[in-house]
Design a protein around this ligand. Sequence first.
Ligand code: FES
Length: 65
Amino acid sequence: MALCGACTVHVNGAPARSCSTPLSGAVGKRITTIEGIGQTKEASLAVRVVENDVPQCGYCQSARS
Ligand code: FES
């Protein structure tokens, strides 16, 4: 349903939700995933996600007390 944004990738530099993007919409375009951001300033986000065991979307996570 493309509600959480956890699957966001860049398609030709623009954000797109990969779970709702048809493959035909990606053919021939430059796709960048969170793993592909390398040493850019955005890489710190990927590091923090891994360090904190962030769930993909949190839909099934229980609330914190
Ligand atoms: S918006 Fe794609 S997995 Fe949530």
